[in-house]
Design a protein around this ligand. Structure first.
Ligand code: SAM
Length: 250
């Protein structure tokens, strides 16, 4: 199934290529940098136990409300029009206090849907219907029914769930694009992640941008170069493909 939101760095275009590298048997599936969850939603179930995580608390609140209250969330979003005023009202309300979790989730959903490239900051000025898409909420909620949804930093999460039968899928902020997310991901974080993953008991699969720093962090692992169309460059009339890496320890 499709994800219900967009996310900068979302793996919609690459997910089939990523799935092709998954091991045949997975005891527990751990998606550490969840975002829009394109890889999670690609299959009805990856493993008997599934964990979805992201450090962004507003995003995770949206997932939890989707999991437990899809009807009320959809009700709050019904009849909304796409407007600049609504976008900036939602943004201001999220910066304040007093909203319920479902009200927060609805406003966050508006920011995702109405911002330019899902950057959550800039009003996109495009005709987008908020009610369009709400019909997928029951199915998304059902898909999330048995998924453990976490809101932790990668190191704590991996420390808790890593087991020999696990597949740990990591799609961290790409090296050089870290500023697009609400939580800064530093050069030190890239190194710390590699450190944690080099000590993992389970199988590890990463998707990353193709650069020398990344290749050096995972020297000795299987490093598979992949290419996909660069959407922004294509819109600007350039056709240079974007180079990414799938990296595995198995
Ligand atoms: C490249 S995006 C993931 C995109 C996702 N695979 C998809 O298909 O939409 C990276 C995600 O990592 C999250 N993130 C950033 N720093 C993190 C950290 N220290 N621990 C866990 N998640 C983090 C961001 O909030 C962002 O959603």
């Amino acid at each position: 199934m499709e994800s219900f939101i967009s996310r900068i760095g979302g793996k919609r275009a690459l997910r089939e290529r990523i799935l092709a590298e998954f091991p045949a048997e997975i005891g527990r599936y751990i998606e550490v940098f969840g975002g829009a969850g394109w890889v999670l939603f690609a299959r009805d179930k990856h493993a008997p136990m599934e964990v979805f995580n992201d450090i962004d608390g507003e995003l995770v609140n949206l997932y939890r409300c989707m999991q437990h209250h899809p009807d009320e969330l959809a009700r709050q979003l019904t009849y909304l029009l796409n407007s600049r005023e609504q976008f900036f009202d939602a943004k201001a309300q999220l910066e304040g206090r007093g909203l319920t979790d479902i009200q927060r989730a609805a406003r966050y959903y508006i920011l995702v849907k109405e911002s330019f490239g899902a950057d959550l900051r800039t009003f996109s000025c495009k005709a987008r219907s908020i009610p369009h898409g709400l019909e997928s909420f029951p199915a998304i909620s059902k898909r999330l029914e048995q998924v453990v949804v976490e809101n932790r930093d990668f190191a704590a999460l991996i420390g808790t769930y890593d087991r020999p039968d696990a597949l740990i899928y990591c799609d961290p902020p790409y090296h050089g694009t870290e500023r697009y997310y609400s939580h800064l991901f530093s050069e030190e974080d890239h190194r710390a992640l590699a450190d944690v993953l080099h000590r993992a008991k389970g199988k590890v699969l990463l998707s990353y941008n193709d650069d020398a720093f990344v290749r050096e962090l995972y020297q000795g692992w299987a490093i598979i170069p992949v290419e996909r169309a660069n959407n922004l460059a294509a819109k600007a009339g350039q056709s240079k493909p974007y180079r990414e890496l799938i990296i595995k320890n198995y």
